[in-house]
Design a binder for this molecule. Structure first.
Ligand SMILES: [Zn+2]
Length: 125
């Protein structure tokens, strides 16, 4: 009996580490998208990083974990009096909508990152 050994080379990431977005997702994986000009982040994370919500310390809502952490932060803001009940209620309603969209969002992000690895997209797209 003999075994056939097939050497399948690992596909190299199209975006070099030093050109990748610095954002680390809730699960610990670093964003694989390329940085935009004059930023350490990709377009999506750059936009969030410069938002009022991020300035208040809220997580970028890109998966169930980050949504949960966002709601926990909002709870802390309500308890500490930093935001009113009406604002917090609006955030919760928005989080519900985001939760309904998060699977589609994650799938599209995976598709974009896969396309980058396969060279089907460039960082300017
Ligand atoms: Zn990113």
């Amino acid at each position: 009996m003999s075994a056939l050994i097939v050497d399948v080379p690992m596909r190299m990431a199209v975006v070099a580490d030093e050109e990748r977005c610095i954002h680390v997702r809730s699960g610990g994986a670093r964003c694989e998208s390329a940085r935009i000009e004059r930023s350490e982040r990709c377009a999506i994370h750059h936009e969030w990083f410069n938002s009022h919500a991020a300035a208040m310390g809220l997580q970028f809502p890109e998966d169930a974990i980050s949504l949960h952490r966002m709601l926990g932060a909002v709870l802390g803001m309500v308890v500490s009096g930093r935001v009113g009940y009406k604002s917090a209620r609006s955030v919760v309603e928005l989080c519900k909508m985001m939760q309904n969209n998060v699977r589609a969002y994650e799938e599209e992000v995976r598709e974009v990152e896969r396309d980058f690895r396969l060279g089907k997209r460039s960082s300017s797209q």
